[in-house]
Ligand binder design. Sequence first.
Ligand SMILES: *Cc1c(COP(=O)(O)O)cnc(C)c1O
Length: 388
Amino acid sequence: MKKGINTICTHEGDIKDEQFKGVVSPLYMSTSYAFEDVEVKRYPRYFNTPNQVALSQKIAALEHAGAAMIFGSGMAAISTALLAFLRAGDHVVLQKTLYGGTYNFVNEEFSKYGIEYSFTEGLEPEDFETKIKGNTKVIFVETPSNPLLTITDLSAISKIAKKHGLVSMIDNTFASPVNQNPIDFGIDIIIHSATKYMGGHSDICAGAVASTEENMDRIFQLAKNLGGSLSDYTVWLLERSIKTMGIRVKAQNNNAQHMAEYLEGHSEIDKVYYPGLPNHPGHELAKSQMRGFGGMLSFELKAGYDASKFQKALKLIKPSMSLAGVESTVLSPAQTSHALIGAEERKNQGISDGLIRFSVGIEEPEDLIADIEQALAQVRSPSEVNVK
Ligand SMILES: *Cc1c(COP(=O)(O)O)cnc(C)c1O
């Protein structure tokens, strides 16, 4: 019988404590396992210690996949997955709006390996298809994307991939498996920065990949050589974190919707980007492929308001890197996550200098609103005092 999300989060893959009958999975820290009479040679870098295997089962179940692997970071997961399906002379089509680290990995490394790549001009399915060449092997998408929460059509992308015999990959970090299961729409390989919603407490750096057993075996063959495995202690902590992922993310969905509606109705906020808002260009598509709209949104203050001063004036919401923790955080993509891609590329992606990315936590929305109001009061110029 198919289990519900919170049941999978809490129980799937857990290791029975046969010795002491404790309720949580025991932690096995061994890097050395007996080699006699055993079929599998267990070793952390082979991704097959008891805790790694147990957590992989949970993540595979969460993503409706046949198998999964856990990595030392989201970038270890992304780089290993891409390189496992690309070799010199191959070509990959990538969505133009991508996590900054993925963009840098492709731009800085691929030419060294003789791998060709194209970024799409837009986000429509045709924008992907027109970039496909005879040597294209992989198509890579991210939806919702960072930081403008654009939505890419998963069914259309998977159809294009199948038509041209390509492997489709998605960075599913922003949605989390709670809100989106791309395998159900025909996407082949699902990648997560587990540092984000899977970890959820801003204290774990990890990554994950889920797919069929056959695809995961191909990824494993490269992963064991690259060596991007995660320590068993962190694997165990990640298992603990994922137990509450369902309830955390659902609370964050609700809070983000609440905050998006509040910001949208605010006279001192110019633009709000959130797929849960009916006027978001990807709203209908998001409704068709997501169960919740996620905990991430972006907004721009009214012209003339200083975005960095505003962020410094916040008391409860922390201006900080990264995202998806139970605590609310904000950052300026132009100065942080998208600083390295350069001003011109930022403009091309529609990322203004005043854009603020908001990772909504699990606090009471009234407290978040009060914090934003007091920060706005500090950056408001005297002539605008009567604006509200
Ligand atoms: C953070 C992030 C990554 C990279 O993950 P790390 O764990 O920092 O290596 C990749 N994609 C997205 C969408 C992210 O937010």
